[in-house]
Design a protein. Structure first.
Length: 240
């Protein structure tokens, strides 16, 4: 009997928030998922977390067919350090596919089933100067692909603009977005209109599958998002 050929392994790295995640996907399911909280953004050991993941699953880097990283928006320090590790791994040799994905896209994907038809949802990630990185989407007949296709690009907005001008039916945040809960200007959304997302293995596997098999426009280049607008100069405020 021939040995069964296992599906290729995909490595998914997320360093957008203080909750770091490393996930190994084998085909369509998550074989390994680790969450690690790190307050000191310049001290985390994402390389050690990845090494532990390989040891646990008894694989080597040569067994990885693709590396996917969340490229933002979020903590620039975390994203930069996380991507530096990924770049180092990719430069070690081999023809390994790589891509980036947006945290805003994941938040929308994860929470879309809770958004009622014809209602709008604003996925937000807090910035470093009180601004929010945003993506606004409207549920069009329950179709995520159609809703993404009609949505505009990511933009930056202040909380006053979100509350008084954009006025979404829902706001979607990641569970570690603590700055949102400290923002009194958005208190009105802390009810049934607030959808809280989290990077969990099953939903992450489903999201990657969606990006690769249904809507490939969700797959991005492996580089940080918003570097110029967010950290080099004062961010430009935009509305949807």
């Amino acid at each position: 009997m021939k040995n069964k050929v296992l599906p290729a392994v995909k490595l998914i790295v997320n360093t957008v928030f203080e909750k770091l995640t490393v996930t190994l996907l084998r085909g369509d399911y998550a074989e390994y998922h680790c969450e690690y909280f790190e307050k000191k953004r310049n001290a985390f050991k994402i390389d050690k977390i990845i090494e532990d993941a390989f040891k646990t699953c008894d694989i080597e880097f040569k067994d990885v067919s693709q590396v996917i990283a969340f490229t933002g928006p979020g903590s620039f320090t975390g994203i930069k350090l996380g991507l530096s590790i990924v770049y180092a791994m990719l430069s070690s040799g081999g023809q390994i596919k790589n891509a980036g994905v947006s945290m805003l896209d994941y938040l929308i994907f994860d929470s879309f089933p809770a958004v009622k038809k014809n209602k709008t949802a604003l996925a937000v990630v807090p910035g470093v100067r009180g601004e929010y990185f945003c993506r606004l989407i409207k549920n069009l007949k329950g179709s995520l692909e159609a809703s993404f296709a009609k949505s505009g690009p990511e933009f930056v907005a202040l909380s006053d603009v979100i509350a008084s001008e954009i006025k979404p039916d829902y706001i979607i945040i990641e569970e570690c977005a603590s700055a949102f809960f400290e923002d009194k200007r958005l208190e009105e959304f802390r009810d049934a209109r607030l959808l809280i997302s989290s990077v969990r293995p099953k939903r992450l596997a489903a999201f990657i599958g969606y990006c690769q098999n249904i809507d490939q426009s969700r797959m991005l280049e492996l580089q940080p998002m918003y570097l110029k607008d967010t950290y080099a100069v004062k961010p430009k405020t935009m509305t949807a």
